[in-house]
Ligand binder design. Sequence first.
Ligand SMILES: NC(=O)c1ccc[n+]([C@@H]2O[C@H](COP(=O)([O-])OP(=O)(O)OC[C@H]3O[C@@H](n4cnc5c(N)ncnc54)[C@H](OP(=O)(O)O)[C@@H]3O)[C@@H](O)[C@H]2O)c1
Length: 337
Amino acid sequence: MKRELDPHQSHNLQPLPDSSVTGSLSTEKAKMCWEEEVKQDGEMEELLAVLGYQARALDMAEVAQKLELLEDLMGNAQVITIRGGLEVLQLQEVDEPELKDDEVLIKVEASGLNQADTVQRSGAYPPPKGASHYLGVECSGTILALGKSVSRWKIGDQVCALLSGGGYAEKVTVLAGQVLPIPPGVSVKDAASLPEVACTVWSTVFMMSQLSAGETFLVHGGSSGIGTFAIQIAKYYGARVFVTAGSDEKLAVCKDLGADVCINYKTEDFVKRVKEETGGKGVDVILDHIGASYLKQNLESLNFDGRLFIIGTVGGSVTEVDLRALLSKRLTVQFHK
Ligand SMILES: NC(=O)c1ccc[n+]([C@@H]2O[C@H](COP(=O)([O-])OP(=O)(O)OC[C@H]3O[C@@H](n4cnc5c(N)ncnc54)[C@H](OP(=O)(O)O)[C@@H]3O)[C@@H](O)[C@H]2O)c1
């Protein structure tokens, strides 16, 4: 199956909207999140709720105002963590990261805040072997030094990068192949929230599930970081985009980003709506982070030759499936950790 750009498609790929700023907490601001004075005045919990799980549904002016408040309290030390709740995060001076031949050293300007960070902080998701002990799976900033075998980048380049950890520190080393240029029209700070969603959505929906122009695509959690990126890029490539989300406010954000069919899963049966909107056929590709509790409904929502990509298990990881549901429609189910 070949992926083609539909010349009749009117949607352009926009720089991520202002709301993406909320997925990107600058290093300095992140440090201050853990300061006692911020915790005490009640801003802390609210900010984390905004930044962690509901970023795209809230008033962005309000978020910006909160970030400004934190900006006043900036410090210079680096951020490290041990396992547990928010209280375990501390500011500490740490050693410079060691640069290997195939890596670049980045001076971090901003780092993204992902579910992986909060789960890792709680101890439920240990860093991969060999990864930095510090949190942070994506960042943006300026290249300070190059490993001996790196030729693609130069010192002073402004970049963003997908990391296995370490993005909350002031400096981080990363394989040169995981570094991306900052797209035109996107600020260095906003670019910190790009690598994780861009790499995840591109590798799953496009490289593996081969979503093509003219096909239909359903993304669950449409207002999430993953969802907001998936909507825009799928529209750009000419797909008809369906989303689910847990509130009408979140769905309004999805609609603004270009989603064609917006389903409030709390008030509507998404399988029924998908069938209605597709003349009974179902969608061609689904990107899902719910897992077990949605598996049956996802399989029911797919068209013949449909592809389901599961990237999370917030709805559980154990379930039963009748294989005939896959056989009868020649379905493909894939996973990405
Ligand atoms: N496998 C991979 O490589 C990979 C990479 C990146 C992200 N992910 C996964 O993809 C998902 C989205 O990531 P993100 O960073 O874009 O997340 P996010 O911005 O924090 O948004 C998560 C959204 O998921 C929905 N949700 C439904 N049930 C939930 C639950 N039990 N706990 C938390 N959220 C729940 C919520 O939207 P509603 O209120 O609308 O339901 C929430 O807004 C996460 O599960 C993440 O772990 C996987």
